[in-house]
Design a binder for this molecule. Structure first.
Ligand SMILES: *[C@@H]1O[C@H](CO)[C@@H](O)[C@H](O)[C@H]1NC(C)=O
Ligand SMILES: *[C@@H]1O[C@H](CO)[C@@H](O)[C@H](O)[C@H]1NC(C)=O
Ligand SMILES: [Zn+2]
Length: 209
C-alpha cells in the first residue's frame, strides 16, 4: 500500500471507530482523564448488586447535587466503606424498591470515590434532576459536623475530574439536596453552610419542571 493509501485507511478506521463508539454510547474519555482512576472504587470492587434496570442520558450533566447519608455515619476504612455502600444500596433496592443505589457516586472517609450508578446513568436522588445531574453523596451525618477535610477535598477533585472528562458541563451548577426538595435537611446544616462557599454553588434554583 502506498503511504497515501495507508494514511487514508488509517483515517477511515479512526473515524469509523469513533462513530461506532459514539453510536453505542461509550464515552471515550481522553487519556488525561485517567488520573483519578486509582481512587475510584468500581461497583464490582465494592460488591454492588446488579441494578434491576438501567437507563442512560446523553451529554455532560448540567448539575451536581450534594448529599449526606445521615446514616450510616462517617466510615474510615475500605472495609467499613464497602459495608456502608452495601447498606445504602440495600436500603434503596430492597426497602424502597428502587432499581439501584440512588446516587451517582459516593465519597467515603477512606479517601476513595465509590461508584454508585455511574456517570450518565439516570439516578434516584432528586426528582427532576435524576436525568441531568451527578448525585454526589458524602457518607456521614453532617448535621452538626463537617465532613473530614480529606473528604471535602476529594469531592472537589472529583467534580473537577468530572468536568475535565466531559461528564459534567464546565458551567455546571452545584446545589445542596435541600434546595431542590422540600422536607429534607440533606446535606446536613453544617455541611450545607460549607458548600455555599464551593465553586458553582448557586442560591437561585432554576425552574426546570
Ligand atoms: C428528564 O426527564 C424529564 C421528565 O421525565 C424530561 O422532561 C426531560 O426532558 C429529561 N431531560 C433530559 C436531559 O433528558
Ligand atoms: C418548597 O416549598 C416552597 C413553598 O411552598 C415552594 O415555593 C418551593 O418551590 C418548593 N421547592 C421545591 C423544590 O419543591
Ligand atoms: Zn440527599
Amino acid at each position: 500500500m502506498s503511504t497515501r493509501n495507508k494514511v487514508i485507511t488509517t483515517l477511515w478506521l479512526l473515524s469509523t471507530i469513533s462513530a461506532l463508539t459514539r453510536n453505542i454510547g461509550i464515552h471515550a474519555a481522553p487519556t488525561e482523564c485517567k488520573y483519578m482512576e486509582s481512587s475510584i472504587i468500581s461497583r464490582s470492587a465494592w460488591g454492588a448488586h446488579p441494578p434491576k434496570d438501567r437507563f442512560t442520558f446523553d451529554g455532560p450533566a448540567p448539575f451536581v447535587i450534594i448529599h449526606h447519608s445521615y446514616k450510616p455515619d462517617v466510615a474510615l476504612s475500605p472495609s467499613c466503606c464497602r459495608k456502608s455502600m452495601l447498606e445504602i444500596q440495600n436500603l434503596h433496592q430492597k426497602e424502597r424498591g428502587w432499581s439501584d443505589i440512588g446516587y451517582t457516586f459516593a465519597i467515603c472517609g477512606d479517601g476513595n470515590v465509590y461508584e454508585g450508578r455511574g456517570f450518565n446513568v439516570v439516578a434516584a436522588h432528586a426528582p427532576l434532576y435524576n436525568n441531568r445531574s451527578i448525585g454526589l453523596l458524602l457518607i456521614g451525618d453532617f448535621t452538626d459536623k463537617l465532613p473530614p477535610q480529606s473528604m471535602m477535598d476529594m469531592a472537589k477533585d472529583f467534580i473537577r475530574y468530572s468536568v475535565e472528562c466531559g461528564y459534567l458541563r464546565k458551567d455546571y451548577i452545584l446545589y445542596g439536596h435541600r434546595q431542590v426538595r422540600n422536607g429534607t435537611d440533606c446535606p446536613g446544616d453544617a455541611f450545607y453552610a460549607e458548600i455555599k462557599k464551593w465553586p458553582h454553588w448557586q442560591e437561585d434554583v432554576k425552574d426546570i419542571a
